[in-house]
Design a protein around this ligand. Structure first.
Ligand SMILES: [Zn+2]
Length: 210
């Protein structure tokens, strides 16, 4: 089974045109957006009227140990809506890149996650070995830009109904509860009217407490 270039180099919303080696461990992937039109960001009207073309060169995830740079051909469209204040706009590639970004979203995510685990300096050293070279400062900047994990504090109702159920399943809690019950039973036996603390109760209390 043979893999095509499109299957080996999957770039969201884009068609790969060529792949060329650059230097000892680098690849240039020429690509272009595969849609025939784009929607104006101001009025949302679609346009196929091309104003001009230009290139963007974002770094991407590595391939087979090679650092990858995409040479992306981007079009600028006319907006033909007479009541729209925007005359031209660049076609967006939102899944791949944010506007003016110099690295793809998936590379930003990978470098940021390495930074979370390794820190700035060690992360930058590891990323160089993994074909995603960048500086320690950039690693730290990407870590700071990562979204914080979502945390929803439990409501009072949830805390009242779920927490006791979780606690009751804890084996340590069950052992402590059993201990309390056995002591309570012994205290009850010892406090029976007309009877002092018998030897059997004292022995049982010693066993429970150990
Ligand atoms: Zn418009």
């Amino acid at each position: 089974m043979q893999w095509s270039m499109q299957e080996l180099f999957v770039i969201p919303d884009c068609r790969v045109v060529t792949v060329e080696p650059v230097g000892a461990a680098g690849l240039h992937v020429a690509a272009q957006v595969k849609h025939s039109h784009a929607c104006c960001p101001s009025c949302q009207r679609p346009s196929q009227s091309v104003h001009s073309r230009y290139h963007r060169h974002p770094a991407d995830l590595p391939s087979l140990g090679n650092a990858v740079h995409i040479n992306l051909l981007v079009r600028r469209f006319h907006c033909r809506n007479p009541i729209c204040p925007r005359r031209t706009f660049a076609e967006p590639v939102p899944e791949l890149l944010s506007p003016r970004a110099r690295r793809t979203r998936r590379l930003v995510g990978a470098q940021g996650r390495v930074g979370v685990t390794c820190g700035g300096e060690a992360g930058a050293r590891l990323l160089r070995r993994l074909g995603m070279p960048t500086s320690a400062d950039t690693v730290l900047r990407l870590v700071r830009a990562l979204p914080l994990p979502e945390y929803a504090p439990p409501s009072i109702d949830t805390a009242a109904t779920e927490a006791p159920a979780r606690i009751s399943q804890d084996p340590e809690v069950a052992k402590a509860r059993d201990l309390v019950h056995r002591f309570a039973e012994l205290i009850g036996r010892a406090a029976r009217p007309g009877k002092g603390i018998g030897k059997d109760v004292q022995q049982e209390a010693c066993k429970v407490s150990t």
